[in-house]
Design a protein around this ligand. Structure first.
Ligand code: BES
Ligand code: ZN
Ligand code: ZN
Length: 476
């Protein structure tokens, strides 16, 4: 377990982390601790240091074995929290193999602690012979800044559950099928006080009319599940439902995806992982907000029992859907869960989180997630929340003009429509299942859930854990 502490007196640590910025007259060391700058700056210049973001340079230290200089970019009077968070994160990612480090970049305790902790992640559960060669991340992080003890405890909780989300997303689909997802979440939920859990198996889903989850899951030997977590503190000020897409693997079904990059579809349950992770964190933080988290889980496979293009299914509550493309499956499982979630008549808002469309990745790439809404005020509030967490979201519209493309002569609605603007069409499909007056946010995190490039900032290779910290902050 990762320990976060404030630096009180001098402790023996493996590493010291300070910032390095590119000033108008050359490199600037940004540090809360005094260093012998002259000599160091010469060495850094000789080594070709530039101070740009994600640049990490290590020099031998005196009080610590190494001093790590982490890039902050252009020198400025004040650095944003995300700049500090990322600089601390990439430093921590480059200190795997060391046990302890002092972070002394700036007096922004929270950002430094978050970055350092988020960068101290590794996932080795499925390594065999090579497991012993893996360098363990930092286990003791000392923050040289002012702040109260409560703050670091909160960061520890938030990071612990972000790691749980990353673990779930990193797990291979041969291991993490819907049943296993439900079991792993149940085991965690039982250890957090105030959290209740209910799991529907395939028989219950079928008899109770969850046609979306059943339709998507029926082609797989691994049957679907629906998980509901609830946290209802006595003095709850608001009630929010979080609903996450939980496709443990998306082959595309009979609209089979090409082999290239199909492996990335193990991350198609990232939305479900985020909503359960956020609820467990919120409960452990004892925030005065009631949360329902819903995770509709299925494996979208190809077989003689898989849903055929043109099949009609009935979503929970009775709306019928013509499944013209079984690869547009996320919206089907979400529709069931969104309708079910609204049986709670106390809801003040509903938020769904999903790796929903390739069109979103085309539009915004892999560093920005999309947000769509029926309530611009709530959306603006959420975007304020992401300013605090540093997670990047961009609002996309839900143009009424595209809605008619989902019409079909056969059923109430089709599961695909106009191809152009596919992320918006998917949003419009979900909107059909939301009560008019209920404020709703739709987060399409496709492409951001897995980092298939190099490690950067506090983001490792593989699962990123995107959205979970913003869902927690939203409750705050
Ligand atoms: N899981 C995919 C979306 C996705 C793409 C997630 C890339 C992460 C990275 C989703 O189920 C899907 O296949 N959507 C289709 C919808 C289409 C058939 C309307 C898509 O985007 O191509
Ligand atoms: Zn799909
Ligand atoms: Zn999918």
């Amino acid at each position: 377990m990762l320990k976060l502490k404030y630096l009180e007196k001098s402790v023996n640590c493996d590493a010291l982390v300070v910032g390095l910025a590119k000033g108008p007259k050359g490199l600037e060391i940004i540090s809360t601790l005094k260093l012998d700058e002259k000599e160091i700056l010469q060495s850094l210049t000789d080594l070709g240091a530039t101070g740009k973001a994600d640049e990490v340079i290590k020099l031998p230290g005196t009080a610590t074995k190494v001093i790590l200089f982490t890039g902050l970019g252009k020198a400025s009077k004040e650095y944003s929290s995300e700049t500090i968070r990322r600089a601390a994160g990439i430093a921590a990612q480059n200190l795997h193999g060391h046990k302890s480090a002092i972070f002394a970049i700036e007096n922004d305790a929270k950002a430094m602690a978050e970055g350092a902790a988020l960068g101290s992640y590794s996932f080795t559960d499925f390594r065999g012979h090579s497991k012993k060669d893996q360098k363990a991340p930092l286990s003791e992080i000392y923050i040289d800044a002012d702040g109260d003890a409560k703050l670091l405890k909160e960061v520890e909780i938030e990071v612990k559950w972000t790691f749980f989300v990353r673990d779930l997303v990193n797990m291979p689909p041969s291991f993490l099928n819907p049943k296993k997802f439900a079991e792993l979440v149940s085991a965690k939920a039982k250890k957090v006080s105030g959290v209740k859990i209910k799991v529907w198996d395939e028989k219950q889903l079928k008899s109770q009319g969850f046609g979306g989850i059943i339709g998507v899951g029926q082609g797989s030997a691994n049957p679907p599940r629906l998980v509901h977590l609830s946290y209802k503190p006595a003095k709850a000020k608001r009630t929010i439902a979080y609903v996450g897409k939980g496709i443990t693997f998306d082959t595309g079904g009979l609209a089979l995806k090409p082999a290239l990059n199909m492996d990335e579809m193990k991350g198609d349950m990232a939305g479900a992982a985020s909503v359960v992770g956020a609820l467990l964190a919120i409960a452990e933080l004892k925030l005065p907000i009631a949360i329902d988290a819903w995770a509709p889980l299925a494996e979208n496979m190809v077989s003689d029992t898989a849903t055929r293009p043109s099949d009609v299914i009935t979503i929970y509550g009775g709306k019928t859907v013509e499944v013209l493309n079984p690869d547009a499956e996320g919206r089907l499982v979400l529709a069931d869960a969104i309708v079910k979630a609204q049986e709670n008549k106390n809801l003040d808002a509903i938020v769904d989180v999903a790796t929903l469309t390739g069109a979103k990745v085309v539009a915004l790439g892999t560093r920005y997630s999309a947000i769509m809404t029926n309530n611009d005020e709530l959306c603006a509030e959420f975007l304020d929340v992401t300013d605090v967490t540093g997670e990047q979201f961009w609002q996309l519209p839900l143009p009424e003009e595209l809605r008619a493309s989902l019409d079909t002569p056969i059923a109430d609605i089709a599961n695909i429509g106009e191809r152009m603007g596919g992320a918006l069409v998917a949003g419009l499909f979900l909107k059909e299942f939301i009560a008019n007056e209920l404020p709703w946010l739709h987060l399409d995190i496709a492409g951001v859930e897995l980092n298939t490039g190099k490690a950067h900032g506090h983001t490792p290779v593989g699962a990123t854990g995107v959205s979970v910290r913003s869902l927690i902050e939203m409750a705050k």
